[in-house]
Design a binder for this molecule. Sequence first.
Ligand code: DGY
Length: 349
Amino acid sequence: MDSDSRPRVFATRSLPGGALEALTGELELEVWPGPGAPAPEVLARAVAGAAGLLCLLTDRVDAPLLASCPELRVVSSCSVGVDHVDLAVATRRGIPVGHTPGVLTETTADLAFSLLMAAARRIPEADRFVREGHWTPARSWEPDLMLGRDVYGSTLGVIGLGAIGRAVARRAQGFGMRVLGWNRTPGKAPPGVEQVPLDALLRQSAFVSVHVARTDETIGLLGPRELAFLPSGAVLVNTARGGIVDEVALVEALRSGRLAGAGLDVYEQEPLPPDSPLLAAPGLVLAPHIGSASVATRTRMAELSIANLRAGLAGERLPHCANPEVYDAHSEEGQRARKSRGETTRAPR
Ligand code: DGY
């Protein structure tokens, strides 16, 4: 392909296995070298004039950014969650947003269950105990050393019965657990899951795992009132998004001993600030947003995000589009918006 006709694409990070770099023949590709995400002003400069943006969940693709990129034909995020992209604005502007559902379901469910087990059986604390030399002959086996909570046969509450919540429920069933579920839009419960109101789920669950998307409705879903419903000694896990569980209330519940433990992979602010009270909360197992971090899954995510990018650049329907309404409602709404900006109508780009 003649280099002048190659669409310009900005990628905010390299993807596993050099998957992006393999596209340099067909794209005029600029890859942010890192480390970390480009600052918002760097992103805005880099993406102005680009036809495609390949981004991660650390990049804010908001209204001002989208307004400053009139050439943009597709946003492809290498993530399943798209709360970092203003989908409504993208739709109005006729820009399809790609994401990576399906491929990270089981990997993220594995991590949720790992955090649940680690918090229940105090694994990080046990590891520190051995490494720090506390496991001495005088304490070689004690009846009350590191007593945790039984997972097998207890009750798990799954908040959010989408693909990942259901995958966690299946794991729990293998552990002989009773599984309760709650969904914001009640539908058919998965096999073996009793659908109950949120308050009832919290009151009856020794373990709770959070799997709802972060939206205006789910921010602060588990605040002081909701955490107070949990039975004493419960364990809470969040691998969905920060802000759904109120961190101040969680720290308080752990400090007071009402919660026996918790496992978090996601936070209100990422990375976790060094002075975060979470770092000193007892019984809390922390992970740095690694829910989908297996070699195979990250490779599949890279493949899907490239497939979305290519389709968008070619003007084809994205295989995995987070704002499919861009293809229907878009036409009228988007065309009106573009007309009012004096742009030529292209539906969708
Ligand atoms: C996502 O994709 O949204 C996860 O949080 C990270 O893989």
